[in-house]
Design a protein. Sequence first.
Length: 170
Amino acid sequence: MLWKAWGEVRDNRGAPGVDGITIGDVVAGGVGDFLDELAAKLRAGTYRPRPLRRVHTPKPGRPGQLRPLGIPCVADRVVMAAVKIVLELIFEADFLPTSFGFTPGLSAHHALETVTTTVNRGKVWALESIASTTFATSTGSQTDGTLACLTDLTAGRRAAGSSRRSRLAR
């Protein structure tokens, strides 16, 4: 499992974390030894992730604004990739073919293609749901909400909130 995770991390070619160890350093020191040591720490329960290296990168489309970015160490990225591989195997089995947002290899583009195909087959209703977590802005204000609505694809009408429920009842 760690070898597969290492392959993903290596292919991603990320920057070093707080320990300064690069992908090249791991290759030069021996990938097998690196993964064996990491596996031993995981089995013994002594593995502890390192702090993130904090950098600030420019926000796209917002000149002069920066966003904070945390860069994990290579070893931490390998562990995270291994956990992701295991969890994907567990949870993908429960995903529906329409779970575009969470299924690896599917995206919003696939969702739009499915909507187009569905409309072309004569279906006229779609359920759209957006769940947002709590976001803090630079002013400290927070929003938390969930939006779910039905859309009449043929007429472009939307029913949201309580009006959605009343439309369903008709």
